[in-house]
Design a protein around this ligand. Structure first.
Ligand SMILES: Nc1ncnc2c1ncn2[C@@H]1O[C@H](COP(=O)(O)OP(=O)(O)OP(=O)(O)O)[C@@H](O)[C@H]1O
Ligand SMILES: [Mg+2]
Length: 260
């Protein structure tokens, strides 16, 4: 396996700043790595250094990619004789909320999906819920207002803020039931080639159950404790574009090396 990292535009021999420590740790474990110019991908230029060797399985680790750009990346990899560990469909299955929601319904907050169109307000109102957690298919609203709304007008405002600060709605709007979580209890796990990896060597039953249901090569599982003491699934993410969060870089790198 070869891992592709975006390079640092200020020093193209290094991985981009958030990935540099991981890049060094993974290389030190003997994993083949290449750097490429992330910003040029949208201009259809892809020149990873060192080059991809024919027959290599390629894992990307870097910034989130819109579906069209992920598809382009996979095409470039294939054109150079490699094969992406995560296909476009597996990327979307984990990166977009509707991709994993049906399979994981019992573990996560009830969610309905609406297109971002002129019926959105009426659609949200038709739920008659007392509160809404508002996202698009990928992320919540990170501005001060947050993602929690108690009126339809507030929910629409959050959608507008996501559009303003993230440049648009990716996929569609996801309206989730509000659950009562213990904030500090969120933990990110990773599943790679069917095996669950934990930052603290403990794997809760809920995480093992989800890993047995969701079939994709590399993804993250975020869990959190609710006020009743149950472990709930916050979200699944594609492992390639998931932040390491609280993970010690050496444990994270060891996981990648074990699967390389
Ligand atoms: N249905 C919900 N009810 C109440 N709180 C929620 C709900 N879903 C998520 N949260 C809270 O909001 C936080 C962010 O939600 P989520 O992870 O879905 O968005 P995100 O944009 O992917 O955030 P991050 O980048 O931190 O992973 C969660 O860590 C959790 O504390
Ligand atoms: Mg999250």
């Amino acid at each position: 396996m070869r891992i592709l990292y975006p390079f640092n535009p200020l020093n193209t021999k290094e991985a981009d700043e958030p990935y540099q420590e991981e890049y060094l740790a993974v290389k030190a474990l003997g994993v083949s790595c290449s750097l490429f110019d992330f910003d040029m991908l949208e201009f259809e230029e892809f020149r990873p250094e060192p080059k991809i060797e024919p027959g290599e399985i390629i894992l990307y680790r870097g910034w989130m990619l819109k579906p069209e750009l992920y598809e382009l990346l996979t095409k470039f990899i294939v054109n150079r004789g490699g094969s992406p560990l995560t296909s476009l469909s597996n990327y979307l299955k984990c990166h977009h909320l509707p991709g994993w929601y049906d399979e994981c319904k019992e573990y996560t907050a009830e969610t309905v999906f609406f297109p971002d169109d002129d019926k959105l307000e009426a659609n949200i109102a038709s739920l008659y819920w007392e509160a809404f957690f508002v996202k698009d298919y990928v992320k919540s609203n990170s501005t001060e207002v947050g993602s929690l709304a108690t009126t339809v007008a507030e929910a629409i405002n959050i959608v507008e803020l996501i559009k303003k600060f993230r440049g648009g709605i990716e996929g569609g709007v996801a309206i989730r039931r509000v659950e009562e979580y213990i904030k500090e209890s969120e933990i990110r796990y990773f599943v790679m080639n069917g095996k669950v990896y934990s930052p603290n060597s403990v794997v809760p039953q809920v995480v093992a159950s989800i890993a047995a249901i969701v079939m994709a090569p590399f993804y993250s599982i975020d869990t959190i404790q609710n006020i009743d003491g149950n472990i709930r699934l916050v979200e699944i993410g594609d492992g390639q574009v998931s932040d390491k969060k609280s993970w010690d870089v050496s444990i994270f790198a060891a996981m990648l090396a074990e699967n390389s």
